[in-house]
Design a protein around this ligand. Structure first.
Ligand code: SF4
Ligand code: SF4
Length: 603
């Protein structure tokens, strides 16, 4: 099998490297001769998605109607279609009831049914906790032992771990036991499922928006499924117009309906009404998908200039033609004040804009105009549901208490219209700070109370101890009054660092959703470091056990790897920084729960 894979690879125009060799000496930057270890420079596809994928498998995929329509000549020579399929795809066989994708799992793959039947099962929000990560924590003994095993050599690596030396087979991930639904018949009889058959696709939305899957997919009978990891989907979509159009239309149509269903506002509607609303709902995108560069460009501008540069989704006073439902990204709510616009709040996934105004219009015939403005912070995907349909179908079916809750739960509770609540809980300048620094994107923001912090650096030392003596953050960062947001990975909701990684080395842990870097498949291209809006990724030169630099065997240039905070994913007890602080000055906060920051800040 391995030979056939190698033959398959040889027959494709893919650059394969020569065997590694040792380069005895290089010139160090101080001009001294220094021993160095030369290895081939790591490249994309050193570790294929499935080392067992063969050229014959690629032919099978190319024979399916979706891929038959593609012209391989549309793909660049260094990124051939067959190469993408050979390295970024795998073919999986499922038995009856086996789960292909579980709702709530973070995933970066897109799927196409090659044979058999697949069912998708809607899971109510909150109905399933994300699966625990496969990643194992260190044992207590290992955690204690690491304290004296840590190396004095900075960024030490074992080159034998790298697939460029170990080969793709040594790095193949073993698939754990699959989950299987026990009584498929009962599920089909009692729950709403959708059937997918040959050539149907799924998972494109989650792959494109870097979100967890919102449905569970399982095999009904035996099924064969093509799984394409995110990097392959991105490249095929980029190179082939037909595929791009098909994926985008799926994303906008089928998933638009699914997204409506996710919102508690629409759950009481029957299928017919929901279809009618979905057909009349507009799907809009505002801002740049890869927004980090624009954000960095504006970093030195005043907050007013930053707001002005953001695309306007709705203006204060405009006729309110539809309820806005955010699908992904962030919106900045603005309020008019003397001298310009003030940030009054922000919105994220599944939050609405305009609901209180629509309810007031429906109940009391109040004017149907926006009381606030809405801007795109970076990139926003949203749905605009016509006001007339909300008033006709949605509001009448909601119980009185739900209507009250819909208004109360609307994030505009932080606005001046709800001044009694805002005064009690929120400092508006803090909201401004969070939006302007885009910190509200974080699920694990490192916040330091500078009144309590004594600069003892116990947090930094604890981080270093947990990472082989290499600290993974800087105790430094933007400040607002007594709050500092340190330069540590935020583990973003919208992790733009993931978009361009050619190998998928930077990825979400499927269980926890934390953003992690697989050192063995990182090729050191620095795309992620340049994309991170917060400069939280560092590129480091690596060394072997003896401290010798590891270099590219052809040019002698240092091999570099991306590094950042991994939230101590393998440590007992969670992030070491937080546990180490003797003054209780440092916390990791998930800003999807906005109240956690308000509570912490007001302590
Ligand atoms: S590396 Fe940067 S963009 Fe990526 S998750 Fe961390 S903070 Fe967010
Ligand atoms: S440097 Fe970043 S973008 Fe490049 S391969 Fe490594 S993790 Fe991916």
């Amino acid at each position: 099998m391995r030979e056939s894979m190698a033959r398959g690879r040889d027959s494709l125009p893919i650059d394969f490297r020569a065997e590694p060799e040792r380069s005895p000496r290089i010139q160090s930057d101080r001009g001294r001769s220094q021993r160095a270890v030369g290895i081939p420079r790591p490249q994309r596809w050193d570790r294929p998605f499935d080392p067992e994928m063969t050229e014959r498998d690629v032919d099978l995929v190319m024979d399916t109607p979706v891929f038959q329509k593609m012209d391989p000549k549309e793909f660049p020579r260094n990124l051939p279609l067959q190469g993408i399929l050979l390295n970024d795809a795998r073919i999986r066989h499922y038995e009856h009831g086996e789960v292909i994708v579980q709702a709530g799992d973070f995933g970066g793959s897109f799927f196409q049914v090659m044979a058999g039947r697949v069912r998708s099962l809607r899971v109510e929000a909150g109905g399933r906790a994300p699966r625990k990560g496969a990643r194992t924590k260190r044992s207590v003994f290992s955690a204690i032992g690491q304290l004296w095993r840590n190396s004095p050599v900075p960024e030490r690596r074992n080159i034998e771990d790298y697939p460029v030396l170990a080969g793709p087979w040594a790095m193949a991930e073993e698939e754990g036991p699959r989950e299987r639904l026990e009584d498929v018949g009962a599920i089909l009889a009692s729950q709403q499922t959708d059937l997918l058959t040959e050539d149907d696709m799924f998972g494109e939305t989650e792959a494109l928006t870097r979100q967890p899957y919102n449905r569970t997919y399982f095999a009904e009978g035996r099924a064969v499924v093509l799984e394409l990891r995110w990097q392959g989907l991105r490249d095929i979509r980029r190179c082939n117009k037909g595929f791009r159009a098909r994926i985008d239309s799926l994303y906008q149509s089928r998933d638009l309906r699914m997204h409506l269903q996710e919102s508690p506002l629409f759950r009481h509607l029957d299928d017919e009404v929901l279809d009618h609303i979905a057909r009349n709902t507009l799907f809009e995108t505002h801002g740049e998908f890869e927004w980090a560069h624009g954000f960095k460009r504006l970093a030195s501008e005043s907050p007013q200039e930053v707001v002005k540069a953001e695309p306007v989704i709705a203006e204060y006073g405009d006729y309110l033609d539809g309820l806005i439902l955010i699908r992904s990204g962030f919106g900045r709510i603005t309020e008019q004040e003397a001298g310009g616009l003030r940030t009054a709040g922000f919105l994220t996934r599944n939050e609405t804009f305009g609901l209180p105004e629509i309810i007031d219009h429906w109940r009391r015939d109040a004017p149907l105009n926006h009381r606030f403005g809405l801007h795109a912070v970076g990139y926003v995907d949203l749905l605009r549901v016509p006001t007339v349909l909300v008033e006709r179908f949605v509001l009448p079916g909601l119980p009185e208490e739900a209507l009250a809750a819909a208004t109360r739960d609307d994030p505009t509770r932080h606005l001046s219209a709800f001044a009694d609540r805002r005064e009690a809980t929120v400092d508006p300048t803090l909201i401004d700070f969070l939006v302007n620094t885009r910190t509200m994107n974080g699920t694990a923001v490192m916040a330091i109370n500078t009144d309590r912090c004594t600069a003892c650096d116990d947090c930094v030392r604890a981080c270093a101890a947990a990472h082989d003596n290499n600290p993974r953050f800087l105790r430094h960062g933007p400040e607002h009054e007594n709050i500092m947001i340190a330069n540590a990975c935020l583990h973003c909701v919208d992790a733009v660092c993931l978009i361009g990684c050619p190998t998928g080395a930077i990825h979400r842990d499927p269980g926890s959703g934390n953003v992690l870097i697989d050192d063995t498949t990182c090729i050191g291209c620095a795309t992620c470091a340049n994309s991170c809006p917060y400069n939280n990724i560092r590129m480091v030169e690596i060394r072997d056990d003896d401290g010798s630099p590891i270099v590219d065997q052809t040019g002698g240039n240092p091999i570099v790897k991306a590094t950042k905070c991994d939230l101590c994913i393998d440590q007992l007890g969670g992030p070491a920084c937080q546990r180490a602080c003797p003054h209780d000055a440092l916390v990791r906060l998930d800003l999807r729960d906005r109240d956690s920051l308000w509570r912490w800040a007001s302590q």
